[in-house]
Design a protein around this ligand. Sequence first.
Ligand code: GLC
Length: 557
Amino acid sequence: MGIRQTGDLWWKNAVFYCLDVETYQDGDGDGIGDFKGLLRRLDHLEGLGVTCLWLMPFYPSPDRDDGYDIADYYGVDPRLGTLGDFVDVMRAARERGMRVIADLVVNHTSVAHPWFQASRSDPESPYRDWYVWRDEVPKDGPDGIVFPDKEDSNWQWDEKAKQYYLHRFYKSQPDLDIANPKVREEICRIVGFWLELGLSGFRVDAVPFLIETAGIDKPGDFAPHGWLRDLRAFINRRRGEAILMGEVNLMPEDVRRFFGDEDGDELHMCLNFNLNQAMALSLARGDTGPLLHSLQTQPSIAPEDQWANFIRNHDEWSLDKLTEAEREEAFKAFGPKDSMQLFGRGLRRRLPTMLDGDQDRIRTAYALAFALPGSPVLFYGEEIGMAENLDIPGRMSVRSPMQWLPGPSGGFSTAPPDKLHRPIVGGRKWGPSAVNVADQLRDPGSLLTWMSGLLRVRRATPELGFGKVSVLPVESGAVVALAHDWEDRTLLTFHNLGEAPVTVEAKPPGAADWEGLITVLGEGEAKLAKDGTVTVELGRYGHRWLNAARPGDVFRR
Ligand code: GLC
């Protein structure tokens, strides 16, 4: 980098916040969240310190997979508002210094999409070859079923077409034929459309499925990764700052491929499922082993690319990369009942319930997630420690309405609780009377207050987004000790995954030349000895972030 480009590479130091317009804030009292409601809640997001919103699908949809089944790529679902309302939100977000990205779901459409309707109804239709049709279920089709609760095949017989169509997800989501240049042309048009309306990029849904050609009769000369490179080049021609954040839940080396070759010219970001799953196991065991192993074996990425780290997302907490025994351990710790698990591979709970509401543990888990190299992604409600609602089936358990105020509908809507799009979390411990934004905003000791502090510190700590991380050896197997170096700054982070308070000693390289340590997060004693030994006292599930004070450093905090 010739000139300082840190500001240009905004995604390297961003804090993302994923929300579903449908469950965030109802602005018109019909029980369904909408853009008018979201507009009123942007101040909350600004106050929290979010720098980029990730909007889950808001496009017209029959809603058979919570909007991940799209019937029109160029509009807003009428239940959520209008394009005008969307643009109001974009403008108001920009005014508050927040960027917005949105889900790009183009592996498949909804069966209700006019393209599919035309495709299935008429072999001569120009849309016939936009989908993957086969006379028989082919032997070279893709392996594995994504939603084994509802599907037992990736192929569905269609009476109208008298052929089978490919669907990697639900049968109501037929796969587009990515090898068809017209489909790819259309994807560019869709992406270009939303970039014109101000989006700063996309969270790209199901990327490995999107570019795979298994099952496609004649893939021709379609080059999957060449196309991802073209897509990145295209969005950056249209809008220099736009990014692609990919959902790529594969083994580490396979994920690396999706960033592109050494130059990193495909996806700008990948959601870090491997580190996320290792973290689950480490939290469950109170042992740093799995997390540090994952961190140390993580492939390196190009300087302009970035990992997106998260604890929970809108799907189940997938633990599919763990061994069966490890997964069982995590299930035992965090979701022992069958009703808390999903597909035998994940947990359908949010973090606070899994940690029994233990504030020390919850905070240290988030501090840790924010201290991992990359940019953090929050899922709505995490800032107040919201629970899941296990009465909502499947993965939707964590997509209950946001809790703004005490009261039966939680300030999400003026509609009564039984009229809400999805049932709100109930009960005295986790319902809106106990867990809501308004109360926590006034309480200096609340999770929300603490979380805003975490976001403020994270934003002021580019060492984490841009720096080089190294593991500091310490004696305790419960303490993750990391050094983050960037330019002339060093941040040390300590996270105690165990219940027992512990004092650790670390020897960061070069620390003998430092003048002292400045605590930027967490509480307790931290000492720097003349020989460069750092001694940190950590409480039960405690954490500490420390800045090295170097002689003559005027920017020290
Ligand atoms: C992704 C989304 C999930 C959705 C699926 C199909 O995995 O995260 O919520 O159901 O894609 O679009």
